[in-house]
Structures are given as C-alpha cells and as structure tokens.
Design a protein around this ligand. Structure first.
Ligand code: TK8
Length: 336
C-alpha cells in the first residue's frame, strides 16, 4: 500500500518495510520516523532536528525520513507499526504503552511530578531507564523521553472551577486504564479515543471535554472546538522516542551510538521548545477565545484527594521497588 505521502508526492511505491529501512545501492539507510502531530508542532520540529543530527553524525549514511500528521496513526498505532517493523522510529505517549507494559502506569499517577525538573530527573535517571528496558520484549527500543507536558482540562459546555463541575462531563481520555479511572473517580463519563480522531469527535459533540498540555491544545487547534480551559495540571505526560528493535539490532554499534546521541540532542531541544511555547500558548489560547480558569488551592486539594485511590491501582501494576525508588528520588529532590 502506498502511503498518503508517497501518493501526494508522486513517489514510487516501495514494497515498504524492508526496502525503506535497509541499505540501498549507495549503502544509505532510509529509516522512517512516524509521528502523530502536525509538521508545525513540537513533535515535528524535534523529529526534523533528530533526522538532521543522525545524518550529520553518520556522514549521510542514515537519512531519517520524518512523516508526521498521523499518516501512520497516533500513539497505539505508531507503537504497533514500530514493533512490527513497518516503520523504524516513532514517538508516542508513554500512556498508550501501559497495555503492553503495565509498569509505565507509574507515569500516569495524578500529581506525581510537581514541576518539569522532577519529571526530567526521574525519566532521565534509573527509573526511566528501567521503564525503557521493558520495551525490548515488545520489539521496541526506547531511546529518550520528550515532553508532552502537564495536562489541562478543556470543555465546550461549562467552565470547571470546582470538583462538582466535573460531574457528568463526557470526556475523551487517552487509551490508558489509569486515565480512565482518574476521570471516572472525578464523576465524568470518560471514554478513550485515539488522538487523531479527537478534533472531529469534539467538533461533532461526541464529547464535552478533553485534557492535554497547553502547547498541544494550541498546535492541534483544539481551541476551535472547545470554549473553556481550566489549568488543572493533573498529570504530567511524557512522550517516548522508540525504534524498531529488529531494525536497531541490525545496526553496527557505532551507528546505534550516533543515533542515541542524536536522540539526546532532540530531547533537550524538544523540552526547551515545548516549555517556551507552552508559556506563550496560554496567551495565544486566550486570544483565540478560550475562557481560562485557575483552580483555587482548596479545590485543587479536593481534586487531588479524590484521586488518592487511583494510586492503589497503580501500585500493583508498577511493583513496589520502582514506586519506592521514584518516591525516594522525588523526596530527595524536594529536600534540597
Ligand atoms: C499525540 C498524543 C497526544 C496525547 C493525547 O499523538 O492522546 O491526548 O496527549 O499528544 O500523544
């Protein structure tokens, strides 16, 4: 099957997976990096930088082709495509990996991180490494974590200022059991949906509400189909850059090292880019007509207390050692 992009560009249809990733006549590899968001998004900018860095570090022997706009789908679809070797690289939410690797639900714990520095330290440290390592048996290699960001609530029907305002909202959540439970506990009618179906579903009023980081609400134009935004920051969302293990294992170690270094450069760029843009996004979303609300301290507390029980379900999925290690690292950072 030709991809939409090949059709659009009139490119020849390759017998896809094998040819694209394998060395051509000149010995050049052309792996594909599929991602879900628009070209003009934090994912698009960082994916292009990654491709440039890989090219530079391999003297043009590895030319990553970046293919965004959900041409290969989003999240769950992308991770399946990479695991099956239909694409060589992707970036997906860690949340959608929970079906395969329950330990990733650690990151779905509401209010786990209180700022981006805490998220970086845990994800780039031994906890993040142990989570990444669990991708192997699933046919994936985890390279680095990118930032999606702290998630915030938007609705089209009413502003949400108190715990009670969540009651009965038909909300879209990610394909992730903890997200579902979180929003059920808040009294909403929560239903999972893939991200690339979200805009149309909100427009068609299949849902009243959704939650995503500010930069993403802006770049995916969700403000066009939503009216109210509450700065809930209820959970931090990480993205993870993955490679197809089968493709990766066939690379010489020097190329694996070059790609890993390129991935780290893309990570640092992506986080800085996302943080800068999310500060600006709040102004842009306001200018685009969203009504913005903050939660009072006491309402934020009531919401977080209501979600305490979610931890009881995360524990068994994650296992005690990883939970304890995370809490210890966070406690140490907070004492400093
Ligand atoms: C993009 C998704 C998205 C996520 C979601 O493919 O599904 O709401 O926040 O950003 O990863």
């Amino acid at each position: 099957m030709p991809t939409r992009r090949q059709l659009l560009l009139g490119l020849p249809t390759l017998a896809a997976p094998r040819l694209a990733g394998a060395a051509g006549a000149a010995g050049v590899l052309r792996p594909r990096f599929g991602y879900g968001l628009a070209d003009d998004s934090n994912q698009g900018r960082a994916a292009r930088l990654f491709a440039e860095e890989v090219m530079r570090r391999t003297d043009g022997r590895i030319m990553v082709e970046v293919i965004g706009n959900a041409i290969f789908g989003t999240d769950a679809k992308l991770q399946a495509a990479a695991a099956e070797g239909k694409i060589e690289f992707s970036v997906t939410s860690t949340a959608t990996l929970v079906e395969w690797i329950p330990e990733f639900s650690l990151l779905d714990a509401p209010f786990l991180f209180s700022n981006p520095a805490e998220a970086d330290a845990v994800l780039d440290g031994p906890v993040g490494d142990q989570l990444r390592a669990k991708l192997r048996p699933r046919g994936l290699v985890g390279l680095v974590y990118w930032e999606n960001g702290f998630r915030n609530l938007t609705t089209s029907v009413r502003p949400v200022r108190r715990l009670e305002d969540f009651q009965g909202l038909r909300i879209r959540v990610m394909q992730n059991p903890v997200a579902l439970e979180t929003f059920e506990r808040l009294g909403t009618q929560a239903r999972p949906l893939a991200f690339d179906k979200l805009y149309d579903a909100l427009r068609d009023k299949e849902f009243d509400a959704q939650e995503n980081p500010l930069a993403n609400i802006l770049q995916s134009r969700l403000y066009e189909v939503q009216k109210y935004l509450t700065l809930t920051r209820h959970v931090y969302s990480a993205w993870i850059v993955i490679a197809s293990a089968r493709w990766w294992d066939a690379l010489p170690p020097a190329d694996q090292k070059a790609i890993m270094e390129a991935a780290v450069v893309s990570r640092d760029f992506e986080r800085a880019d996302t943080r800068m843009r999310s500060a600006q996004a709040l102004k842009d979303l306001k200018a685009a007509g969203l009504e913005i609300n903050e939660l009072s301290f006491s309402e934020a507390n009531r919401i977080s207390n209501r979600l305490n029980r979610v931890y009881a379900h995360i524990g068994p999925r994650v296992g005690l050692p990883l939970l304890v290690q995370t809490q210890a690292q966070l406690a140490e950072m907070r004492e400093r």
